[in-house]
Design a binder for this molecule. Structure first.
Ligand code: 5RP
Length: 251
């Protein structure tokens, strides 16, 4: 009788850990390249890649970090900064940031990106704008030629709750996103509410529309009730993607 063989691990587990490794690789590489001793004000983005950014910054040592201040893009990054014993600041105290590092949902050939998978894109955009250098970190799945070609449910749009139905109507009938939907919390417990108390709409657009992200971003922003759009056009100076083979793609 043949010896029993070990059952193969469920594919999702090994896949997940490969993706986590890719995120860590991207984050570590970007920190090593862009968070230098002279950088004293650092913006920390949101999402599942950013903890690796903070981990690498912490590994630079207490001596360097004691003279630095870290600005969060939301509740998650604020907690990360506090738990890591780093100095917490706010953008109203530090409207100019040396470097902000953040995750992304998709990044195109020209470093335009979709952000807001975690509903933090308003504060993320403020910190991206405030930064002298804005850097993106992500796993290989986020590296695309054109936005909207990957697995994101669309462009995240933060709206004031009072206006969401009207904004949805405009997206459906005027701006060409018939499948735009209000983002719901898990178990459909109600709409997702951002750190700013607003709702989030996810609006998918055709590839043709997404080939000119700036124009569609500007059109969405003109809708009354829209607070911010998760399209970041020509804001990033570089993007780092961890690959499955252990290499890093830099755009
Ligand atoms: C949150 C964001 C995140 O940075 C983006 O969703 C990427 O997240 P992850 O690193 O988990 O893939 O924009 O609003």
């Amino acid at each position: 009788m043949p010896a029993p063989t070990e059952p193969a691990p469920p594919p999702t587990i090994s896949k997940l850990s490969a993706i986590e490794q890719s995120k860590r690789l991207a984050a570590y590489t970007a920190v090593d390249k862009h968070i230098l001793p002279e950088h004293k004000v650092i913006g920390i983005g949101s999402g599942s890649t950013v903890p690796y950014v903070v981990e690498r910054i912490v590994s630079q040592g207490k001596e360097l970090n004691k003279d630095r201040v870290f600005i969060p893009t939301g509740f998650q990054s604020k907690e990360l900064i506090v738990i890591s014993n780093l100095n917490l600041g706010d953008v109203d105290q530090f409207p100019t940031i040396d470097v902000t590092i953040d995750g992304a949902d998709e990044v195109d050939l020209e470093l335009n990106c979709i952000k807001g998978g975690g509903a933090c894109h308003l504060r993320e955009k403020v910190l991206a704008e405030a930064a002298k250098t804005f850097i993106l970190v992500a796993d290989y799945r986020k590296n695309v030629d054109y936005l909207g070609t990957n697995f994101t449910p669309g462009v995240p749009i933060e709206v004031v709750p009072f206006a969401y139905a009207k904004v949805l109507q405009n997206l459906h009938h005027v701006l060409g996103s018939p499948n735009a939907t209000l983002r719901m919390a898990k178990m459909k417990a109600g709409p997702v509410v951002s750190d700013n108390g607003n709702f989030i709409i996810d609006a998918p657009f055709s590839t043709d529309i997404m080939k000119d992200p700036y124009t569609i971003m500007a059109r969405i922003k003109m809708l009354t009730g829209v607070v911010e759009v998760g399209l970041f056009c020509h804001m990033a100076q570089a993007a780092y993607f961890g690959n499955q083979d252990g290499s890093v793609t830099v755009k």
